[in-house]
Ligand binder design. Sequence first.
Ligand code: AMP
Ligand code: MN
Ligand code: MN
Ligand code: MN
Length: 272
Amino acid sequence: MQKIDLHSHTLVSDGSLSPIELVARAKEQCVEILSITDHDTVAAYEQLTDLEGDLTIIPGIEFSTQWRGVGVHIVGLNLDLSSEAIQQGVAQQEQSRRDRSVLIGQRLIKAGFPVDMARVAEIANHSNIGRPHFAQHLVELGVVKNVAVAFKKYLGNGKIGDVKQCWAELPQIVSWIVDSGGTAVLAHPLKYKMTRTKLAMLLDDFIVAGGRAMEVVSGQQCATEVESLVRLCQQKGLLGSCGSDFHQPSQWSEIGSMSAFPGNCSPVWENW
Ligand code: AMP
Ligand code: MN
Ligand code: MN
Ligand code: MN
C-alpha cells in the first residue's frame, strides 16, 4: 500500500526540521507522496529546488481561519505556487500573523509575564510566529513547566493568548486555494470538538465556498472515528485526505505514520 502523507510542518512554521531534513526523513520512512503544509506560508518550497526523485511532493499549505468563533484550519493541496492568488493570500496571512504575535505578546505582558519578543522571534527561527513559540518561551521563563501546560493555561482555546479574530474569512481562504488550482481540505475535523450537527454546518459553508475534501485520517485515530468521518464525507460528497500532521520527531505522529486510509472513501489525490 502506498504511503501518502498530505499534512506536515517544517521550521518555517512550528515544526522543528528544515524542509530538506523533512524530505529526507519522509524518504527514510518510505513516504511516496508528501505535502508540506506549513501554517500560512509556503516558504519551505523555496528551499526545495529539486522536487523530483522517488518522492512526489505536492505543494501545500495549512491556512488559519475562524468559523463562528472556532479556530479552524484549511489545508490547500496541489497548489500552483507561482499563482497570484496564493501569493497574495500568503502575504495577507503572514502580515496577520505578525500583527497577531504583537497582540499575543502584549496580552501576556499585561498578564505579568516578562515576554521578550526578540527571543520569541528567535525561537521561531525568524519565520512565522505561532503560539507554540510563545509556549516554549513561557517554559524557558519558568512560568509553566511544559508546552502542554502553557496551552492549557494561557494559549489554548479561549485563553488570553488565543487570538483568532485576525485571520481571513473561510470563503476568502478557500478561494485563494481554488484560484491557484488547488484543492481545499478541511484539516483534522475532530480537533475542533464540535457536535456532529455543528461540524456538518461547517462543512456546508465550506462546500458552498468551494471546499472539496476533508481529512478522514489525521495521525492515529481509532477505527470508529475514521468510519464516522468517512460517513460524513459520503453524505456531503467530499473526497478524503490523510496526513500525519508531523511537527517534530518524538512528538505526536511520525512523518508518514497514521491510520490506514479507508477503502470506502474517494481519495483527494485520485484525479491529480
Ligand atoms: P497557531 O498557528 O499560532 O494558532 O498555533 C497552533 C499550533 O499550536 C498547532 O498547529 C499546534 O502545532 C500547536 N498546538 C495547539 N494546541 C496545542 C497543545 N495543547 N499543546 C501543544 N501544542 C499545541
Ligand atoms: Mn502546528
Ligand atoms: Mn492544524
Ligand atoms: Mn498542521
